[in-house]
Ligand binder design. Structure first.
Ligand code: NAP
Ligand code: 2RA
Length: 379
């Protein structure tokens, strides 16, 4: 990725004589973006589903900002969002500013959740202003120069950035938080995952559509799907993001390639089916894991798997079938952790285990993960 002399990558420098570029400035490093103890933080996309939760999270975690700014499109400029955490204005209300190339002067950390096109549009301006981007979109996730970070899994990668750090896709984050303790037991050969993704994963307008459409459906009123390709009320849609030529969707592809990158394991096989369900907030996943036990080198048991999950950072095991206790999205919304239940052996394969993984995708899948990355950057 080559953005500009101030952006990531080695960039050809134009000769003052006008000759063809012959020299290269070194690629920017993390050290080129020093973060003070009390950074200025810009929340870019502050009016959206993720942006609003980012502001709540900065406030709740007491993130030591000296100032917090809320940026969005011209449509929301001038509106206000309550914010009383560190760096808040005396009014306790942030006034939303229109995001422009000049918005980033004085900013140290820009938390982006405005979509891939907007991140790409402003990335060079942000880096030129000396600010680090922590991006929730897919814009740079698979760029080899951009770390893709889940703090419970690969925190060290965050320090190898060159101005941009990517937040993985929400459905990937909760799965790798549950896989990370298992890969310490033995190498994982294959993962088969089916997702049950909440409407808010597609943004604020999509969450509103589920809510309003459900009311219309129950009242017998007609409605026209807009945020989704089909009716979402009382329905499941086996398509998230666009279809790729091989028949999988881009959401499914993201789970495959992002998992390999985060776990630093190009050989792990992942097969995903991603489904939108009429849930407001929190994604659920059925995850089947097949360990490579290397012909008896690793001897695993169900209790090893349970113990690894129970002691993993960021994971809460809720698994008591006798009392009908397991994670459910209605009860994980607003919670920071990744919840795992229905942990059992898969008798159809050697070294296979099955689990059910639920997390608030607006928090751990997006806003919280981004703020945790920002915490890693603090001196
Ligand atoms: P959203 O609710 O639709 O919010 C989009 C935000 O982007 C709004 O603040 C919007 O501002 C802003 N925006 C749109 N056009 C803009 C422009 N031209 N200039 C500046 N700001 C602009 O979407 P979201 O769900 O928060 O998702 C945001 C990003 O996070 C996406 O890349 C998404 O894939 C990713 N993500 C989302 C989730 C999730 O669970 N929702 C999880 C992981 C990752 P206005 O209000 O002014 O239009
Ligand atoms: C979704 N994974 O649920 C996406 C959010 N980026 O649509």
């Amino acid at each position: 990725m080559l953005i500009s002399a101030a952006g990531p990558g080695s960039v050809p420098v134009a000769s003052p004589t006008g000759a063809a570029p012959t020299d290269f400035v070194p690629a920017p490093q993390a050290g080129d973006y020093p973060i003070p103890a009390n950074p200025v933080v810009a929340v870019c996309g502050a009016t959206g589903a993720v942006g609003r939760v980012m502001l709540e999270t900065l406030e709740r975690l007491d993130f030591p900002a000296s100032r917090v700014r809320a940026l969005a499109s011209a449509r929301s400029a001038g509106t206000t969002i309550p914010y009383t955490g560190p760096g808040a204005p005396d009014s306790g209300q942030l006034t939303v500013e229109e995001m422009t190339p000049d918005s980033f002067q004085g900013v140290n950390i820009a938390l982006f959740s405005a979509g891939a096109a907007i991140t790409k549009q402003f990335a060079a301006d942000v880096n030129a202003a000396g600010a680090v981007i922590i991006d929730n979109s897919s814009a740079y996730r698979m760029d080899p120069e951009v770390p893709l970070v889940v703090p419970e899994v690969n925190p060290a990668d965050a320090h190898r950035h060159n101005g941009i750090i990517a937040n993985p896709n929400c459905s990937t984050i909760q799965m790798v938080v549950a896989l990370a303790p298992l890969v310490k037991l033995a190498p994982i050969r294959r993962v088969v995952v089916s997702t049950y993704q909440a409407a808010s994963g597609a943004g604020q307008a999509a969450m509103d559509e589920l809510y309003n459409q459900t009311g219309d459906f129950l009242a017998g009123r007609s409605f026209t799907p807009q945020a989704f390709a089909h009716q979402i009320a009382f329905n499941c849609i086996p398509q998230i993001d666009v279809f790729l030529p091989d028949g999988q969707t881009k959401e499914e592809w993201k789970m495959v390639v992002e998992t390999k990158k985060i776990l630093h394991n190009p050989d792990i096989q992942v097969n995903a089916t991603c489904v939108r369900v009429p849930v407001l907030r929190s994604h659920s996943e059925s995850v089947n894991v097949e360990f490579d036990a290397h012909a008896g080198k690793y001897v695993l048991s169900l209790s090893d798997v349970r113990a690894a999950l129970a002691s993993a950072p960021g994971v809460v095991v809720i698994d008591d079938p006798e009392h009908l206790d397991y994670p459910m999205p209605a009860f994980t919304a607003g919670r920071d952790e990744v919840f795992v239940g229905r942990i059992r052996t898969d008798p159809t394969v050697e070294n296979g285990y099955q689990m059910w993984v639920v997390a608030d995708q607006l928090l751990k899948g997006a806003a919280l993960n981004a703020v945790q990355i920002a915490q890693l950057l603090l001196p």
